[in-house]
Design a binder for this molecule. Sequence first.
Ligand SMILES: [Zn+2]
Length: 330
Amino acid sequence: MQTAPCLVFDVGGTKLRAGLYESDRISREMVVSTPNFLNRPDMLTREIRGALFSEMQSLAGAILHDRKVDKVSIAFAGPIDSNGSVLAAPTIWGRGSGPYPLREEVQRLWPEAEVSVLNDVTAAGYRYLRHPSDDICVLTVSSGIGHKIFVLGRPVVGPNGRGGEIGHLRVDTSDEAPVCDCGEKGHVGAVASGRGVLLAARKRAQQQPASYRRSFLGQRYSRPSAINNAAVVEAFHAGDRWVHRLVRESAEVLGRAIAMLHCAVGLERVVVIGGFALALGDGYRRELARAAGESCWNLGERWDAMVCLGEADDWSGMIGAGRYAMGWSS
Ligand SMILES: [Zn+2]
């Protein structure tokens, strides 16, 4: 029987992707909805996990046919400890779902394969390493914000895996600060994510109705509550100054966080990924680079070259998981 080198999964909050990793590429990609606590409200957490494993097996069957697989590698949306256990998965299993030995459970599905489990942003970081001992920061800006720093090709998350969570740094100490996914107020992820920008747009549209009505966005959405992220992105690309100001303000918050990482550990390459950032594109990247440069001293850094966008596809988690399993970590 022919053997496939590496079966990869990217288990996100909404999408479950699977594919075959070969020659640093993904083939036979398949995508389904991730069974989660929102779309399976009548299920217990252990039943939702069972549904995830059934989906993974059926995707694997369609991808591999009757081929055997040597390695299975999973990028997962949650912090992972060194044993491949999930510490938390609020977007999939809800808050307070507790530690879960994911690697061990997946090993039962493919007992003959070598199984790896890694955080999805960490996995994405492996994709953007230019060589196995590269130093980079991968930063994701979507409904939330996350990052991972790689030093000498390895993710740096500290002895207890608590690092790589710049989204939970508090930057707004006011009483009206927006609430973060984690439940606390004023975090970078609440202020500068796609969700944060959307909430800020709705709030400002209510507070400043006259300027809002004159904007590109205001002419399309008379009710602020009807604004969505796609509309924000469209208005940004259309050159709407009202939206551009909002996006710039969010980029200033994140730019300061990038400058802090640079000042702390000297990182000179920041790869920005995530649906919101990639949809906004180069205009957003330039705002981040400018804000980072203005947030620290000047040692001749070329911020415009240091902050770059990742690939605008959905393969970063799978390619990174494949690279990790095939030995880029060694
Ligand atoms: Zn938070």
